[in-house]
Design a protein around this ligand. Structure first.
Ligand SMILES: [Zn+2]
Ligand SMILES: [Zn+2]
Length: 205
């Protein structure tokens, strides 16, 4: 199944092909570009008018797989997952290369904890998001005492403390029980006071 991610080149969400799917599309793409090339040589057309004049097997196969009607076969070269890294645990965009150690979209890297209050839809969602960023062990408790243990006492998560905390948007935007966001912020401050690291609190533009 293809998965949709934001494409930073196309500046929109796009379905990305898995390796198996790409192996079905890639040979068609090679053939399509041979046809585009000979069409251009014959008629002296520009690349874009040659692309517009022809049918493209790769686009048709891509549409069958993804349901997305791509008209430009050129874009398919970068719409498969193998050339990217993992999904950013903070913002969900793809790392731009397999070897990238940080997210070019949000700046997250191992040891960072980014919380955008506006995106938190529930207390469970908060824990899911921070656990992913912390690489929390499966047995990590989803409660504020357990969070204190891993952020302040330490020795539980491989990524820290110290942590680089970043909080954006207004606390009031988080759909959390009353008072919880304040305790989370205090715990982050305590983590930095005792273990080092940084805490940045910025409102989203
Ligand atoms: Zn793209
Ligand atoms: Zn990110």
């Amino acid at each position: 199944m293809p998965k949709t991610y934001y494409c930073w080149r196309c500046k929109m969400p796009i379905p990305f092909l898995t390796r198996d799917e790409w192996e079905q599309v890639h040979p068609l793409l090679v053939t399509d570009f041979e046809r585009i090339k000979s069409h251009r040589l014959k008629d002296g057309e520009t690349l874009s008018s040659a692309i517009a004049a022809l049918r493209h097997g790769a686009c048709e196969r891509y549409a069958q797989i993804t349901g997305f009607a791509e008209t430009n076969p050129n874009a398919l070269w970068h719409h498969h997952l193998d050339i990217y890294g993992p999904e950013c645990p903070a913002c969900g965009h793809l790392f731009r290369t397999p070897k990238a150690s940080f997210c070019a979209n949000c700046g997250w890297r191992a040891g960072h904890i980014h919380i955008d209050w506006m995106e938190i839809s529930s207390l469970d969602d908060f824990y899911r998001r921070v656990f992913r960023q912390m690489e929390a062990p499966a047995w990590h408790g989803a409660n504020l005492d357990a969070l204190y243990d891993s952020w302040v006492t330490g020795g539980i998560c491989p990524t820290g403390p110290p942590f680089e905390f970043r909080f954006t948007s207004q606390i009031a935007d988080a759909r959390l029980p009353a008072g919880v966001a304040g305790v989370i912020l205090e715990t982050a401050g305590r983590s930095v006071a005792e273990n080092g690291g940084t805490i940045k609190i910025a409102e989203a533009p």
